[in-house]
Ligand binder design. Structure first.
Ligand SMILES: Nc1ncnc2c1ncn2[C@@H]1O[C@H](COP(=O)(O)OP(=O)(O)OP(=O)(O)O)[C@@H](O)[C@H]1O
Ligand SMILES: Nc1ccn([C@@H]2O[C@H](COP(=O)(O)O)[C@@H](O)[C@H]2O)c(=O)n1
Length: 230
């Protein structure tokens, strides 16, 4: 069967990585969570005094430090999923906090940050057989991807899902704060100048507001089968 590139984009917390991981596991493809890469750079920025007390970014400092940032992936033996490492340190458990979520979108809007990460993402897709999720995968990273999906769901439903997830992980958070963060990130992601979040013209749209995880998995599997058998 021919190997293809699958690009999954969409709004924050809508289920992109859940779908991408499920499909990659099922068909034996590599899964890449590009949001984790932007989150790792944000963690690096937070640890290296790139933000001032008001949350402003010292772009000159970040630009100078960025060549020292090495992002790699390490397979988790239990989940069989890749986890992001920042200069050799597995930072998976530090990058999903609300604090990182509150700082990530302004960092991801910086052209020099995107340039570095997009180059690495494109190299990962050289051999195809990859499922990558993010905001600009179908539009910028892999404009020729054979299968492009754009996922959406209402902001309230997305915040509710994230709230439940954080609660389950023992990281209780305030629902309104999560909702505000989801809306704020969507706004920054769709309005930035460089590679704004938008649906690629040839993407298939999935509104999963009222779909279960099993239903969305089946929907994606069907699209995958169609594309690989064409
Ligand atoms: N169809 C669904 N129904 C209910 N919950 C779902 C569904 N799809 C995903 N979820 C849950 O919603 C939460 C967010 O999903 P996920 O992390 O996959 O979103 P995402 O789009 O990758 O988010 P982000 O952009 O922030 O990385 C997770 O807790 C996941 O289990
Ligand atoms: N291709 C991408 C992926 C992510 N971003 C930015 O990172 C933030 C975190 O991503 P999650 O998928 O983990 O939510 C996201 O809000 C975007 O600002 C991006 O710009 N491009």
């Amino acid at each position: 069967m021919k190997k293809i590139v699958i690009a999954i984009d969409g709004f924050s917390s809508c289920g992109k990585s859940t779908m991408a991981k499920d499909l990659a596991r099922e068909v034996g493809y590599i899964y890449v969570d590009t949001g984790a890469m932007y989150r790792a750079v944000t963690l690096f920025a937070m640890r290296n005094d790139v933000f001032d007390a008001e949350g402003n970014i010292d772009e000159t400092r970040l630009k100078a430090l960025l060549p020292d940032v090495k992002l790699t992936f390490q397979l988790n033996n239990e989940t069989k999923l890749p986890e992001v490492c920042l200069n050799g340190e597995n930072v998976e458990r530090y990058i999903r906090t609300l604090e990182v979520s509150q700082h990530v979108s302004p960092i991801a809007a910086l052209p020099f940050v995107r340039e570095k990460l997009v180059e690495q993402q494109q190299a990962m897709g050289n051999e195809k057989g990859i499922v990558m999720d993010g905001r600009d995968i179908g539009t910028v990273v892999f404009p020729n991807a054979e299968l492009k999906i754009f996922v959406t769901a209402s902001a309230e439903i997305r915040a509710q899902r994230r709230f439940k997830e954080l609660e389950t992980k023992g990281m209780p958070a305030d629902f309104d704060e999560i909702l505000q963060n989801v809306e704020q990130r969507d706004y920054i992601d769709t309005h930035r100048e460089t590679s704004p979040l938008r649906q690629a013209d040839d993407a298939l749209v999935l509104d999963n507001s009222h779909l279960t995880i099993t239903e969305q998995k089946a929907w994606l599997m069907e699209k995958f089968n169609e594309r690989t058998q064409e």
